[in-house]
Write a protein that binds this ligand. Sequence first.
Ligand code: PMP
Length: 397
Amino acid sequence: MHYLDHNATSPIRPESLSAVTHALGVGGNPSSIHANGRAARALVEDARERVAALAGARGEHVIFTSGATESNNLALFGAVEGSLEGEDSKNSGRITRIFVSAIEHSSVLATADRLAERFAGVRVARLPVTADGVLDLEALRVALREGKGRALVAVMAANNEIGTVQPIADVSKLVREAGALLLVDGVPAAGKTRLDFSLCDYMTLSAHKIGGPQGVGALLVRASSHESSAPLAPQLVGGGQQKGMRAGCENLSGIAGFAAAAHALEDGEGERARIAHQRDHFEAALKAAAPETLFFGSGADRLCSTSGFALPGLAAETALIGLDLDGVMMSSGSTCSSGKVSVSHVLAAMGVEEKLAACALRASFGWSSTMDDVNAAVASLLKLRERVRANQTSEAA
Ligand code: PMP
């Protein structure tokens, strides 16, 4: 089998799996003061440091969640509610304007829309991207200048469908100048490129995209008393865990597995170089044999792990079935919305025409992918392309 769908889920790393198994055996609640409780607490606190290191942050910034979807919900709802409650005494000001890039993950887009429905006075606007899938900075500059009230901006570090790296340093500068707040979804970029938490106020991470288990993630929040704090109202209340910011007994085994995956990436240069080589070889081989292949966002800086592409005429659904029969696993469009037959909002925002977008596929590479996977994927795609061509010829005849 050839797994090239790491942006959907990266298979669990062996070191993460053993950390999960070990943690399941600890048998203590991190809030208990007895020996097993203390062992569980030590595991969680150690994990905070490891996960924070993914973005150059500190353990105190980390709130563990059930995944990046929850983290994005917590950041957006928490920031708006927190700003209403005036909890951020240092940076006071109600958030009334939310700007999200048009290529954000649905957990950002849908949450922002929900906020606008729930809170009178909160407006949401989607910021355009270039034809290469990169945020239009000028549009952000203009948006921040218009209107009253504090703004919250959400821009992902890199896109999950086509891998384009977003200009976070420039976004951060504009956001800071405007006294606004910045949420960066770091999910696909984590471990693939440098994430810098110091540029933003909130950052989203997910374990299962870096070889950790599913169902665990983190929100990094600038909330230390030494720094200007970002507003955040908890969305899960109860036992007061995680400094009252996310109640509920911590997912000990998930958190341990997350930390082990993050730790494996601390020395990730070799892995990144290998992945980049595989992705580049995949694209070069495909392009050489099928020159009509289009690679989305290829004019921009992209993550080493991701290739969003289309072979015009080969419908994505047909391709996925054919690839699967050859043991090759890939995605079409955004994974989280697969099952729905709709054109990717990312490609639509880039102005890709519908007919071409219907052929969009994504190969994503990770820690376990090999050149054998790359070669199998290319061979299968070329076979499918030949079949389409043969059909077209027989139809024409
Ligand atoms: N943000 C991005 C950019 C993603 O790719 C994903 C997962 N597809 C998420 C958020 C949601 O992550 P999770 O599965 O951990 O909820």
